[in-house]
Design a protein around this ligand. Structure first.
Ligand code: APR
Length: 165
């Protein structure tokens, strides 16, 4: 049974086995968490992402899927990249957001990771309402078999939403 914790801070500063990146399907970087992880983690991460694109992930990473690379200069052993769903007013994509968390946990577990840090996936550029995302994320990690699942929230509103779930 994993310990679930909530931290207000920067995910690139976390010292855990796996840092989860809220990526996009190109796996070639972006803004938000994606930008921060590539900036702090250094070029090795992008090089590893390019290799994935040249190989098994030629078409990019699908929404809800997760894949691991080196963590470069971050204080982690791996970065697990996952693509969150973009918020939709008309279509319920909750299952895809849950899948991001479950698949990230599976990839991390298969690597032997014991601790993982998640950002609030999809709640930035992808506009998912943070309270809804908090509920989905918390439920999705309920049966995590790691020792530690840490949600790293970048602003007070997200921290309040996640800690009130
Ligand atoms: N540490 C922790 N959380 C962060 C950090 C950071 N350094 N930087 C941003 N965040 C938070 C945001 O405040 C938001 O709550 O991460 C959450 C997710 O926001 P985004 O990074 O915008 O990710 P997302 O909404 O999933 O959109 C993904 O954005 O960066 C691009 O390439 C990415 O196209 C993809 C899209």
């Amino acid at each position: 049974m994993a310990t679930i914790e909530y931290v207000l801070g920067d995910i690139t500063e976390q010292e855990v086995d796996v840092i989860v990146n809220a990526a996009n399907s190109s796996l070639l970087g972006g803004g938000g968490v994606d930008g921060a992880i590539h900036r702090k983690g250094g070029p090795e991460i992008l090089a590893a992402c390019r290799e994935l694109r040249a190989g098994h992930y030629g078409g990019g990473l699908k929404t809800g899927q997760a894949v691991a690379t080196t963590a470069g200069r971050l204080n982690a052993r791996w970065v697990v990249h996952t693509v969150g769903p973009v918020w939709s007013d008309t279509e319920d994509r909750s299952e895809l957001l849950a899948a991001c968390h479950r698949n990230s946990l599976k990839v991390a577990g298969d690597l032997g990771a014991r601790s993982i840090a998640f950002p609030a996936i999809s709640t930035g550029i992808y506009r998912w309402p943070v309270r809804s995302a908090a509920r989905i994320a918390r439920e999705a990690v309920e049966d995590a078999e790691l020792d530690l699942v840490r949600f790293v929230l970048f602003d007070q509103a997200a921290y309040d939403a996640f800690t009130r779930v």
